[in-house]
Ligand binder design. Structure first.
Ligand code: G3P
Ligand code: CA
Length: 254
């Protein structure tokens, strides 16, 4: 994809609000996303799972246990059951009443106001997840007349995943979509062939911050890949990463 510009970047380093401003409000809720917007983040990061009846919902874990007042797996529940759960009270009483948002609702609410870094969680578990996401994003793109002539437009949405097959398939189905591959901290060394493979279908490589050195960033940039590490929670971490030359930070405290 053409990723010449960072449409939503206000500075050199893109600030991405991890699950929204999740250090300050319940993760992956409208409250956390609104707060990130208020704090002038450049992007919202959000996690997508699928309900039993095939709706894409914004929640990090495969189960609802940690973040809501319910129990059980997201994929075993119908949308209307998921929407009855409280997704705010466990974080703090003042957020009681927050719901698990639909991906569609988040796209519609924030499109054109802030960038969206959409993480597809376990796309191999959820048949149709990739296609449904692309359909939804495609529909919003088509309805957004103002963006059609904007060369930075592709950056409204970036889709990321740990699942490289899913990212490869996105590149095939929608070549203009900006894509990112997530890399876990256990990954020890990146070899030339790893960089080459990634560069064939991704625009970003988003590693755990422990993997990031100036050398890592130089390598990524040599392959035309931008680097946005996660999850930054301390100013000292941010300083180290910025010094290493990263393109952005995924942080709980935008
Ligand atoms: O954006 C990267 C980061 O969100 C990946 O880890 O577990 O917070 O989704 P996780
Ligand atoms: Ca995530």
């Amino acid at each position: 994809a053409e990723t010449t510009g960072q449409a939503y970047a206000k500075g050199d380093v893109v600030v991405v609000a991890h699950r929204g401003a999740s250090g300050l409000a319940p993760e992956n809720t409208i409250a956390a996303f609104d707060l990130a917007l208020e704090l002038r983040a450049d992007y919202l990061e959000l996690d997508v799972q699928m309900s039993r009846d095939g709706h894409l919902v914004v929640i990090h874990d495969p189960s609802v246990n940690r973040t809501t007042n319910g129990r059980g797996l997201v994929r075993d529940k119908l949308l209307h059951e998921l929407q009855q759960l409280d997704a705010g009270g466990r974080f703090s009483k003042e957020y009681t009443g927050e719901r698990i948002p639909l991906l569609e609702e988040v796209l519609e609410r924030y499109w054109g106001r802030i960038g969206l870094l959409i993480e597809l969680k376990e796309p191999s578990l959820y048949p149709g997840m990739v296609e449904k996401t692309l359909d939804m994003v495609g529909r919003l793109e088509r309805s957004d007349e103002s963006a059609k002539s904007d060369e930075m437009y592709a950056e409204q949405v970036i889709i990321q995943s740990f699942d490289r097959d899913a990212i490869r398939s996105i590149r095939e189905q929608m070549p203009d979509m900006a894509t990112a591959v997530l890399i876990r901290s256990e990954r020890k060394r990146m070899l030339a062939e790893d960089w080459e493979a990634l560069a064939a279908y991704a625009d970003y490589v988003n590693p755990h911050q422990s993997l990031v050195t100036a050398r890592f960033v130089e390598n990524a940039h040599a392959y035309n890949l931008k680097v946005i590490p996660w999850t930054v929670r301390k100013p000292s971490e941010a300083r180290r990463l910025i010094h290493a030359g990263v393109d952005g930070l995924i942080t709980d405290y935008p």
